[in-house]
Write a protein that binds this ligand. Structure first.
Ligand SMILES: [Zn+2]
Length: 216
């Protein structure tokens, strides 16, 4: 893996991810050391992933808190001194299922936490007629609706990852899901696209929550 560590594109991706984690923290989407973030490593290491280690205050996150895990979510030998996030398998599941996925971002925002709890028995909710839906690749008009699925939260991450792997999306493209009372997973072909998809869902969830408050 030494060739990976000295690869300038790889070094830049790590810097970009650290900067992105700080931006996400500044928005209030990563309270109390929570949340996790990853990207797929460049070829020939595409079945390994660079991911945030567990338990770090995201405002103080640095390159030293990034680690590399294999397709089973275990740290590669160079990183065995760090602890991967408990939710690492939710990242590896998306990379295994969708070969085009290059980055996965997971937030705990107020809107995502509240809406996922509110709609947990409906197993999801619609995002409909919002201009910003066009932030999702494959959506060309606001005159559409996207189903954002909600899965029951669980501490059994392996079982949860199997459940998500079996999910048949109600609408496509499928760029994100919620865990009830917990938060959002969003992904894309690279960090920039995953960030855009994350911001699309977060912004629209904040809009939906605000609308529900003024309409009640
Ligand atoms: Zn989480």
């Amino acid at each position: 893996m030494e060739a990976l560590q000295t690869n300038p594109i790889y070094r830049e991706s790590r810097q970009n991810l650290v900067a992105l984690i700080h931006q996400i923290h500044a928005k209030g989407w990563s309270p109390a050391t929570s949340t996790n973030y990853s990207f797929r490593n460049p070829e020939p290491y595409q079945h390994t992933y660079t991911i945030s280690s567990s338990g770090v205050d995201k405002s103080a996150f640095t390159d030293n808190h990034l680690m590399v895990v294999d397709s089973t979510g275990s740290p590669i030998p160079e990183y065995e001194y760090l602890r991967p996030s408990a939710e690492t398998l939710l990242h590896t599941q998306l990379y295994a299922q969708f070969p085009e996925v290059g980055a996965v971002l997971h937030t705990h925002s107020l809107a995502g936490t509240v809406l996922s709890q509110h709609y947990r028995f409906d197993r999801g909710f619609w995002l409909e007629d919002w201009e910003v839906l066009k932030g999702l690749r494959g959506i060309e008009t606001h005159q559409t609706k996207v189903w954002l699925p909600v899965f029951q939260n669980s501490q059994d991450i392996l079982q949860l990852s199997h459940k998500i792997a079996q999910y048949q999306p109600q609408t496509k493209p499928f760029w994100g899901y919620l865990l009830a009372g917990h938060g959002l997973y969003a992904w894309g072909k690279n960090l920039a696209e995953a960030k855009r998809h994350l911001e699309t869902f977060e912004f629209l969830m904040a809009c939906k929550l605000a609308l529900m408050q003024i309409e009640k």
